[in-house]
Design a protein around this ligand. Structure first.
Ligand SMILES: Nc1ncnc2c1ncn2[C@@H]1O[C@H](COP(=O)(O)OP(=O)(O)OP(=O)(O)O)[C@@H](O)[C@H]1O
Ligand SMILES: [Mg+2]
Length: 664
């Protein structure tokens, strides 16, 4: 065991589930060796590690889906586990969303089936024993709340923003963010003692992530979250378990704590490694010298044997190799790549675009942002020509596009091997060249013969990116390209996109990624495409300026709500198919806060006027030549300024509440 590594010692606190000296292997590849990890009730744990290290695999071992090669998986009696799979989109469920969520009540369904069978038997035989069994089961069904499972399920789904009329729509029709909510609803209904969430924020927009944070903060059970989202982990967990070099390293703090502590451990490991290397070299020198003398040969042998048995400390510098992404462009396109005119698109009663207009010019790096269900992916697909629409979409000269799909399964054939998938791109590269390219994406040697179906989330993402690169396109359309990528790979992608000479449009909920890559921001607002010519940070500042009343004038008297309302309002309450009905209580609360907001706005505006007037007075020579008058004005100015500060804080607080009332 390398120094600086801490394994959790056996303790006597109650344990929900865990591993004892567990080893897990896929054929010759060890995922984890001799690991011990105990999960206690109520714990908040972040499970982290590079792509492909085996985090999802560990969760599957915990749930019992995979069996360990050695050691044991432990679970205290009666512990229930809820597991949110990373690969939501691969579930090919034809059930309605109501049906999927109702799956939470397997026990009740089994009971109902038994009752039905008993009922049939009773009809046939009229036997008294069957009658007793039948009434017993009916009673059991009642005590287990079996009669209101439909009601409870509908309530939770509606709470998550699904309109009552849409509950029978097939699960497969929904986008990632909404599918995730259906599965979350199912888990909420199950109320397990231990929740295992594999990259839950991947498909979620900001309001949904905030909702999930709130939900998890109040959750009574233990939670294990696999995530590459630093910010989310910092807010949600108090313990980090890192899967690194086939061992579990436990850190009792949040992500920031982990980063600091890890730096210290790496330092210690480096020193220990260097010391051990010095020792090995010294022993080898001695053995070499002894070997020359016949009388000492046995001693040399024994030294070498001892060295063989020595448990080697891994070099902390041996971080994994980097992926090397280098997008290339074959041809230069015309000045305008895409022109959209009078573009309209709707899904039954939901309007996505209405007579929208926009243009993509050479060199644009556009980020298309906004809430789930606003139609970002749809717009991207329309631009790529793989979605129907009304209106005009004009394509410029020499444009060669490549589309990186959010639904990776749309793009990857699960039955293919990695190499076959690359051969299928029509790139005319030889196998040797393809293997070299795959090597840049960390798929070496035998890896290229792996079937796509067994790849980890991050590996699939890397492969899909490799496919994009092979095309040498001058126009990239990227839908959520950082989903599944670990932080390190994400930084390398940013670097590559910054060097990319072509044009691109991307959809992402990752604020850091957008701020590092985009030079224009697009938002879909009321069916139109709104363009902001600037990067993400400028856009945020602009939004904030639009949100605040201008303190130097009394424009704040205007009744219209601040601009971010448009950004924040598409909330969980917004349904995928229609404006979801906000229930009465929430509506009332919203009205109350809106009223308070208007009052706060009015107060701030009055104080702003007073403050401005006093400021003007202070600058007036008539006043500042009169000492007494000046002092009186100055005193009033200070009082009004203080009152203005208070009113401004109040205004911001109420504004925040109003936004929350709209989102919660
Ligand atoms: N059934 C399988 N057979 C063989 N290898 C597999 C199988 N399932 C997964 N693997 C491999 O095991 C490794 C770990 O996969 P896993 O999905 O657990 O990684 P992960 O840490 O969750 O990665 P990510 O961050 O990308 O989601 C990967 O290299 C993957 O290709
Ligand atoms: Mg995974």
């Amino acid at each position: 065991m390398p120094s600086g590594t801490q394994r959790e010692c056996v303790n006597f606190a109650p344990m929900l589930a865990g591993f004892q000296n567990l080893t897990f292997e896929f054929g010759a590849r060890t995922i984890v060796a001799d690991a011990t990890w105990h999960i206690q009730p109520g714990e908040r744990i972040g499970l982290i590690g590079y792509n492909g290290t085996g985090k999802s695999t560990l969760l599957k071992v915990l749930t019992g889906e995979y069996r360990p090669s050695a050691g044991s998986v432990e679970r205290s009696r009666g512990t229930t586990i809820g597991y949110l799979h990373q690969d939501l989109l691969s579930f090919d469920i034809h059930d309605s969303i109501l049906g999927v969520a109702l799956g939470a009540f397997q026990e009740i369904h089994d009971l109902e089936a038994e009752i039905e069978a008993l009922g049939k038997e009773l009809e046939r035989t009229g036997d008294e024993q069957t009658l007793i069994a039948y009434t017993d089961k009916l009673h059991e069904l009642e005590t287990k709340g079996g009669y209101n499972i439909h009601h409870r399920t509908e309530e939770v789904l509606q709470g998550l923003g699904f309109p009552p009329t849409g509950l029978n729509r097939p699960y497969a029709e929904f986008s990632g963010g909404w599918r995730m909510r259906v599965l979350l609803a199912k888990m909420i209904l199950q109320k397990p003692d231990l929740l295992l969430l594999d990259e839950p924020t991947n498909h979620l927009d900001l309001p949904s992530i905030e909702w999930l944070e709130k939900y998890l903060s109040n959750y009574e059970g233990a939670v294990v979250i696999v995530s590459h989202d630093k910010y989310f982990l910092n807010r949600m967990v108090t313990k980090i378990v890192e899967l690194y070099q086939q061992e579990l390293h436990i850190y009792t703090g949040n992500y920031d704590f982990y980063e600091k502590e890890k730096a210290i451990r790496i330092d210690l490991q480096k020193k220990a490694f260097e010391n051990q290397q010095d020792y090995i070299r010294q022993q080898e020198r001695i053995a070499d010298r002894f070997r020359a003398k016949a009388s000492k040969a046995a001693m040399a042998q024994s030294i070498l044997k001892k060295l063989d048995k020595l448990e080697r400390i891994e070099d902390a510098n041996m971080e994994r190799p980097n992926i090397r992404i280098n997008f290339r462009v074959d041809k230069v396109p015309g000045k305008v790549l895409v022109e959209l005119n009078g573009l309209s698109k709707s899904y039954s009663e939901l309007t996505i675009l209405k007579n929208a207009k926009a243009e993509i010019e050479r060199g644009d790096k556009i980020a298309l942002i906004g809430a789930n269900g606003k139609g970002k992916t749809t717009l991207l697909r329309i631009i790529a020509g793989i979605e129907s629409y009304e209106g005009e979409r004009r394509w410029g000269h020499n444009v060669e596009d490549s589309f990186y799909a959010q639904h990776q399964l749309e793009a990857l054939n699960l039955q293919h091997t990695i190499l076959e998938e690359m051969q299928d791109c029509g790139s005319q590269m030889t196998d040797l060249e393809l293997r070299a390219l795959l090597g840049c994406f960390l798929f070496s040697g035998d890896d290229t013969d792996k079937r796509i179906r067994v790849l980890s989330g991050g590996e699939k993402a890397r492969l899909a990116l490799a496919k994009v690169i092979v095309s040498k396109a001058n126009f990239l359309l990227l839908d959520e390209p950082t989903n599944h990528l670990d932080m390190h790979s994400c930084d390398l992608l940013i670097e590559a996109l910054n060097k990319y000479e072509g044009t691109m449009i991307l959809v992402s909920h990752d604020r850091y990624f957008v701020s590092k890559t985009a030079n224009k921001i697009w938002e879909i607002v009321e069916g139109e495409i709104k363009e902001f010519k600037g990067g993400y940070e400028e856009w945020v500042q602009w939004k904030q300026r639009m949100a605040k009343p201008e303190s130097s004038s009394n424009k704040s008297k205007t009744k219209s709500a601040p601009a971010p309302a448009q950004e924040k309002k598409p909330t969980l309450q917004q349904s995928p198919s229609a404006n979801a009905p906000i229930d009465k209580e929430k509506k009332k609360e919203l009205q109350r806060v809106e009223k308070e907001f208007q009052q706060a706005e009015l107060r701030l505006s009055e104080l702003t006027t007073q403050k401005n007037k006093l400021e003007a007075d202070l600058a007036n020579p008539d006043f500042y030549s009169d000492k007494i008058k000046f002092q009186t004005i100055e005193k009033s100015y200070q009082e009004v300024s203080r009152a203005w500060e208070v009113a401004n804080r109040e205004y911001e607080r109420v504004f925040e509440r109003m936004m929350n009332a709209g989102t919660s």
